[in-house]
Design a protein around this ligand. Structure first.
Ligand code: F6P
Length: 359
């Protein structure tokens, strides 16, 4: 029987732990005597006339690669192949070219490491090209359904918590209110987890409607209790009090959330009379060495993904549930978008600790 060959790609925004997942796949596949090839830059690598890939050998995957942030394969979070932006401003369906690229690789199955956006695209491509696909969930936003957590989230929360640890002494030295804007896209998971862990007084997430008066009330309470500083964490997708979405436009017309921290810092200063400063954490949350939790999760996910291929189970996503790795249908995971559960333990914990959610 011919030796099995599997492909792996990373898709969407990078995060810490991707290399640990790639490493786990390569090692597990090697133990089964399979070859693993890495597709460069996600599906973009398949748009080239000669699909871009390289053979991944266990030798290059010593422990060091696991310690590195980012993805050694490269990735992209733009250019949906079903509506690919062309230089003249129009869009074109290039899915056929990508499917041809997959076929040219001559692989038995592909492991896609991505978020819900990437999975929606990969699933469509897999159906169109009859490609055997397995998904590994990654996103600092932790908004993929059917899994308790995704690769990259733990590291992002650790970075945001450390930022609060670092903001606290400077806030206390200057009698200031510090506002920390964190990522998370439309879900407030990073803000909520880091806010509780980092001792925030106010946590603002897109799932909860706030008022400046309520934020100010909490800050005044803090001051009246004798403390001279306050920490506020805000998730990037929180809107203005009028309900406006704040975004930044980057070169090429790409829009991303940005600006709510700067907006709030002024409003809080006006309402409380406190000196305020803002820190926008940005992509720092995606970089750095993965935490041990992300390395463990990535390792377990990588092994399980290869084992699913061995069992011939395709169209599945590996998931973390109740202390172990399971697998779920990719379409179920995409459909079950996971925002913050307002009745969940973390929201209840925040409230029980006296943290204001601004409502
Ligand atoms: O989805 C991950 C994420 O980091 C979001 O939290 C953030 O809104 C977005 O990607 C930033 O995208 P980009 O890397 O394109 O600026």
């Amino acid at each position: 029987m011919a030796k099995k060959r599997i492909g792996i790609l990373t898709s969407g925004g990078d995060c810490a732990g991707l290399n640990a997942a790639i490493r786990a796949v390569v090692h597990r596949a090697n133990l089964l005597d399979w070859e693993t090839i890495g597709i460069i830059d996600g599906t973009a690598g398949l748009l080239e006339d000669k699909p871009e890939y390289r053979v991944l050998t266990p030798n290059e995957f010593d422990g060091n690669i696991m310690r590195m942030g980012g993805t050694i394969l490269g990735t992209t979070n733009k250019g949906n192949p079903f509506a690919f932006p062309m230089p003249d401003g129009t869009t074109k369906n290039l899915s056929g070219k990508i499917v041809d690229g997959f076929k040219a690789l001559n692989v038995d199955a592909v492991i896609g490491i991505g978020g819900d956006g990437s999975f929606a695209i990969l699933k469509k491509l897999a159906e169109q090209g009859k490609i055997n696909m397995v998904g590994i969930p990654k996103t600092i936003d932790n908004d993929i359904g059917m899994t308790e957590t995704s690769i990259g989230f733990d590291t992002a929360v650790a970075v945001a918590t450390e930022a609060l640890d670092r903001l606290q002494p400077t806030a206390a030295s200057h009698d200031r209110v510090m506002v920390l804007e964190v990522m998370g896209r439309d879900a407030g998971h990073i803000a909520l987890s880091a806010g509780i862990s980092g001792g925030a007084d106010v946590i603002l997430i897109p799932e909860v409607k706030y008022s400046i008066e309520n934020i100010a009330k909490k800050i005044k309470q803090v001051k009246e209790s004798g403390r001279n500083f306050a920490l506020v964490v805000v998730s990037e997708a929180v809107k203005t009090v009028k309900g406006d979405k704040l975004e930044l436009m980057y070169t090429g017309g790409e829009k991303r959330y940005g600006g709510i921290g700067h907006y709030l810092v002024q409003k809080i200063a006006e309402e409380t009379g406190s000196e305020t400063r803002v820190t926008v954490l940005g992509h720092v949350q995606r970089g750095s060495q993965p935490t041990y939790n992300d390395r463990l999760l990535a390792s377990a996910f990588g092994v399980k993904a290869v084992d699913l291929i061995k069992e011939g189970k395709f169209g599945r996503m590996v998931a973390w549930s109740n202390r172990q790795v399971i697998d779920v249908a990719i379409e179920d995971a995409i459909a079950a978008y996971q925002e913050v559960d307002l009745n969940g333990t973390l929201v209840q914990t925040a409230r029980a600790l006296g943290i204001s959610l601004g409502d």
